[in-house]
Design a protein around this ligand. Structure first.
Ligand SMILES: NC(=O)C1=CN([C@@H]2O[C@H](COP(=O)(O)OP(=O)(O)OC[C@H]3O[C@@H](n4cnc5c(N)ncnc54)[C@H](OP(=O)(O)O)[C@@H]3O)[C@@H](O)[C@H]2O)[C@@H](O)CC1
Ligand SMILES: [K+]
Length: 514
């Protein structure tokens, strides 16, 4: 499990610790950890060329002290001072260690634009041959788009150099993972005390590379703002020898309609492979026939079409007992869809609402929606950014840019668990804790992959897994399956995949759980 804390919490814990320690102790611990990771990456230090990007705050101080340590071990280290004032003691130590300084005025002239907005050739020449860059422009004090020389400096970095970010890649918001404009793209981020949410959430996570945590002795941190389960933390129930199919959990899937049938097939397939004892499926006759043909192990029920104007609630008892419902994939957003969503939410078992089911919910008057979601059994909503945008009445772009903020707001506002799909899938419970999924891959951005996720999470709900774990574990397994499908053998470059491929790889993903 990886834990991330918000900046305010980190600062409070650091202040308490600093009050008990001699001045500068924490920074020395941070710098020692940073230098150790860099030394390991460089292999031999002697003669290697290191470039420090130094900003005005303590993040720059960490970089200067780390650079001094590397210089004392024989590296050629240059500090590019991107601010007029930098950490004075750190700079003095760096100079004393024999580090070379590119001061602000010199850096400014090197970075003055050449042709167009490309970095000037002077900057290119100055940085040529760098083996490793240490990014100490901004850490947890960074706010908004990089200002002054910072952005131009980042854009002028030599492509071949390895990049190690100090605490957080500069330009990434530590609390949310937002990237306003230019941000450092690190191969490794060395972070101190605890992870920051922005290291786990895209677009920040994509800029962080491998995240190495350095222990600086922080204690007394509160509950983490974001947690990211590792594969070892994903523990769906395992059937015992005497477990029968009913005790393993029965999941009911209500999906597909007049227009779409594929979503139902994918969701049912994933529910079958998700470990439930049995899958029941209910829908229109045409969809049921297809499910019967593709997944004969499913127990199916044809739901009679209501006559126009007839809004009596569908009889879900006719489908048989289930321990959880999945409702929505390919369902349609008409009156039939609305009746089915309402009926499942009025049941007393866990319900997962996905896809068209979410659009139906978004279209209901707020009071009706609130009453439907005010349930005793767990409720899990699994929107992508567009569906969440409709539910919250917030622009899709805003959701994409501030995923953490909006998934939390949705869970708190609706009083249910919300799984926001995307490059980093996030699962928020109404209490505010968020789980981030680390197994995502861009290959999952393919039609139907959400239907697979819904069936899988529904199967976990039916096995008694709580909503936040069901969402987070399903996302984890789904990501593993996608990676297996995209690159089935070691050393193979990933290839495009379909949702069917993800479905087929689910058993192998389960096999990776300890
Ligand atoms: N606290 C501790 O115990 C420990 C802390 N440690 C280290 O300290 C780091 C935090 O240091 P910090 O608080 O000095 O903030 P930091 O991230 O260096 O940035 C602040 C400066 O950047 C500037 N600035 C901001 N945004 C900008 C932008 N977009 N573009 C341009 N400039 C921008 C801002 O300028 P201003 O907004 O004031 O004009 C201000 O001067 C932390 O991440 C860790 O590395 C470790 O040593 C362990 C112990
Ligand atoms: K940084």
């Amino acid at each position: 499990m990886r834990y991330a804390h918000a900046v305010d919490e980190v600062r409070a814990a650091e202040a308490a610790l600093m009050a008990r320690l001699p001045e500068g102790t924490l920074m020395q611990r941070a710098a020692a950890g940073l230098a150790a990771v860099c030394a390991q990456l460089l292999g031999g230090l002697y003669g290697s060329r290191v470039l420090l990007l130094v900003g005005s705050g303590d993040n720059g101080g960490d970089a200067l002290y780390a650079g001094a340590r590397l210089a004392r071990r024989g590296a050629h280290v240059t500090a590019a001072l991107a601010a007029q004032k930098t950490h004075p003691e750190g700079l003095a130590d760096f100079r004393a260690a024999g580090g070379r300084v590119l001061d602000y005025a010199r850096l400014e002239s090197l970075l003055s634009p050449g042709e167009g907005s490309a970095p000037s050739s002077a900057a290119r020449r100055a940085f040529e041959g760098t083996d490793l860059v240490i990014d100490g422009l901004t850490g947890i004090g960074g706010r908004g788009a990089l200002r002054g020389l910072y952005g131009a400096l980042v854009r002028a970095l030599p492509e071949e150099a390895a990049v190690v970010a100090c605490d957080i890649p500069s330009g990434v918001d530590a609390d949310t993972g937002e990237v306003a404009d230019t941000a450092v793209r690190a191969d490794v981020t060395v972070t101190f005390g605890t992870l920051k949410p922005g290291l786990l959430i895209d677009p920040g996570a994509a800029h962080a590379g491998v995240v190495e945590l350095v222990d600086i002795g922080l204690t007394g941190l509160p509950e983490p703002a974001v947690i990211a389960p590792a594969t070892a933390d994903v523990r769906p129930p395992r059937p015992e020898a005497e477990t029968d199919k009913y005790r393993r959990g029965v999941v009911g899937v209500i999906a597909g309609g007049a227009r779409f049938t594929g979503a139902a097939l994918l969701s049912v397939g994933a529910a079958l492979r998700g470990g439930a004892g049995m899958v029941r499926f209910a829908s229109a006759a045409r969809v049921v026939a297809l499910v019967d043909a593709r997944w004969p192990e499913t127990v199916t029920t044809v739901l009679p079409e209501a006559a126009p104007g007839d809004d009596t609630e569908p009889d879900l008892d006719a489908v048989g007992r289930v321990q959880a419902w999945v409702v929505g994939p390919g369902l349609g957003v008409d009156a039939r869809g609305e009746r089915l969503v309402k009926a499942t939410l009025r049941s007393e078992v866990p319900v997962l609402v996905d896809a068209d089911g979410l659009t139906v919910l978004a279209g209901l008057p707020a009071g009706v929606r609130r009453a439907l979601l005010d349930r005793r059994a767990p409720t899990l909503l699994t929107p992508h950014a567009g569906e969440l945008s409709r539910l919250l009445n917030v622009g899709r772009d805003q959701i994409e840019a501030r995923r953490l903020v909006h998934v939390r707001a949705a869970a708190a506002g609706l009083g249910v668990t919300v799984l926001l799909k995307g490059s980093t899938t996030l699962v928020a419970d109404p209490g505010g804790q968020v789980r981030a999924n680390l197994t995502g891959t861009p290959w999952l951005a393919t039609a139907g992959s959400g239907d697979v996720l819904s069936g899988l999470a529904g199967a976990l709900l039916a096995q008694g897994v709580d909503a936040a774990d069901a969402g987070a574990w399903a996302a984890h397994l789904h990501g593993l399956a996608a990676r297996i499908a995209a690159a089935p053998r070691r050393g193979l470059a990933p290839a495009p995949i379909t949702a069917e491929d993800v479905l087929a790889a689910l058993p192998e993903a389960f096999a990776q759980l300890s």
